[in-house]
Design a binder for this molecule. Structure first.
Ligand code: SF4
Length: 439
């Protein structure tokens, strides 16, 4: 029997790109290809690229260069494979064998078949692929991508030009994938998209079926149905629209995690308008207050940009006042940097680098105090911890308020008989600015 061909894979970029990689890998395995952990054994190497910001582009171009040097036969896919960015790749690396854009699963597969025809026909008895697909994330949590693209046109962002308008997956499809993941041992589902609150708008919220149960394709019925699977369900990239209020009671009831990732980007209405942000005119502070009154344990995470073109000192102070009042638990902050192709580049009054730097430090110092204060309130409480890793000095896990890779961690001293994916209840003994310590 001929040996199966081997494919190498380099996955870069955000969780959405990781989901694309997982899908491509699953399909490759299904087609009888084997995955190669090293460059030398691979008949071809696929590089899934990220083109979101300039440093990510450079990282992608360097990864392609390395794969070409080490192996020589390289296919490029992902964000840098679409539109003008593809020209940049070909200019720098003319020897790549093929190039496809983001989420182009079928095209990647046909490119692989073209450059590396497989003699090996998969035998379902031997070539079993796990029911949940091939996952690059640890076994106990998985990203669940519910849509692709975005209908907004935020001035600093080029995702719509890379990925197009919003295309939601029918809810039955999403639920079947989620169910398979949970059945195969996944304990936490991380719902991702570019705009989770807009889920289903392109499908006019049409009714679909899962397990004979009619479900509307919208965020609320998705959260309700996912909540029935018995896993932790974490919602990312949610904008503060009024209909999001309907999901908060599900958090209070413990159906989905009391956690919302809401990328707010600024606290000044005039900057938000200049950014062309979705939900710019919503009364976000009122909304946050009402969410907390329904679900007092809710953890709110957000990201902000300082130094957007035209940001005045008084607009920046409005942002500081906003975060003082919002008291968000987890916050990331970026200094604005121009992204090629973004319409923000045409705006007047760029903020000088030293002013951006100084504002970033002021913002971070204030938010650090707020985060530390919020975490101190947890000391003495008993919390559920999902174990991620076991080490020599105990285990490292996360509370319901910590998403993997972006938030803090919980250190668990007594790790006897624990394994990744276990959920244990522990008393919080101490906290610093970002992390918790338990017994
Ligand atoms: S909401 Fe704005 S920042 Fe987010 S993907 Fe859409 S255009 Fe980009």
């Amino acid at each position: 029997m001929p040996h199966p061909q081997k494919v190498g894979f380099v996955s870069l970029g955000c969780p959405k790109a990781l989901v694309d990689s997982e899908r491509i890998l699953t399909q490759l395995r299904f087609d009888g290809y084997e995955l190669s952990p090293s460059y030398e054994d691979a008949g071809v190497v696929i590089v899934n690229t990220c083109g979101f910001i300039d440093s990510a582009k450079e990282e992608s171009l360097a990864a392609i260069g390395e794969a070409l040097e080490e192996n020589g036969r390289v296919l490029v896919t992902g964000c840098m494979g679409g539109g003008e960015q593809a020209d940049l790749v070909l200019e720098r690396h003319p020897k790549v064998l093929g190039i496809t854009g983001p989420a182009a699963y079928e095209e990647v597969l046909s490119e692989v078949r073209r450059v590396l025809p497989n003699q090996h026909t998969p035998d379902p008895k031997i070539d079993l692929i796990p029911a949940q697909g091939v996952k690059l994330t640890p076994r106990h949590y998985a990203y669940l991508k519910i849509s692709e693209g975005c209908n907004h046109r935020c001035r600093f962002c080029i995702i719509p030009s890379l990925r197009g308008d919003l295309v939601s997956r029918p809810i039955g499809d999403v639920m079947r994938e989620a169910e398979q993941l949970v059945r195969s041992g996944v304990k936490e589902l991380l719902v991702i998209s570019q705009d989770t609150s807009a889920y289903g708008v392109d499908l006019k919220y049409k009714t679909d079926f899962w397990d004979g149960r009619p479900l509307k394709t919208n965020m609320q019925s998705l959260a309700t149905a996912l909540g029935d699977l018995g896993a932790w369900v974490r919602m990312h990239y949610v904008y503060p629209y009024p209909h999001v209020d309907q999901v908060i009671p599900l958090m209070a009831e413990g159906k989905v995690l009391p956690y919302l990732d809401i990328p707010l980007q600024h606290g000044s209405p005039t900057v938000l308008k200049r950014m062309k942000r979705p939900a710019a005119s919503e009364k976000t502070l009122d909304r946050i207050q009402s969410w907390r009154s329904v679900c007092p344990d809710i953890t709110l995470r957000s990201t902000f940009i300082v130094g957007f073109p035209g940001e005045t000192e008084s607009e920046f102070n409005e942002l500081l006042d906003f975060i003082k009042e919002a008291k968000l638990d987890r916050v990331g902050c970026f200094k604005y940097s121009a992204v090629e192709g973004a319409t923000a580049n045409e705006l007047d009054n760029p903020v000088p680098e030293e002013v951006k730097e100084e504002r970033w430090h002021r913002f971070m110092a204030l938010q650090q105090e707020i985060s530390a204060d919020r975490l101190q309130q947890r000391v003495g409480q008993s919390i559920d911890v999902m174990i991620d890793e076991i080490g020599a000095d105990g285990a490292v896990g996360r509370s319901k308020g910590d998403a993997p890779e972006i938030d803090g961690v919980v250190y668990v001293a007594d790790a006897a008989n624990l394994k990744p994916g276990d959920i244990v209840n522990r008393r919080v003994l101490d906290a610093d600015d970002y992390d918790l310590w338990t017994a």
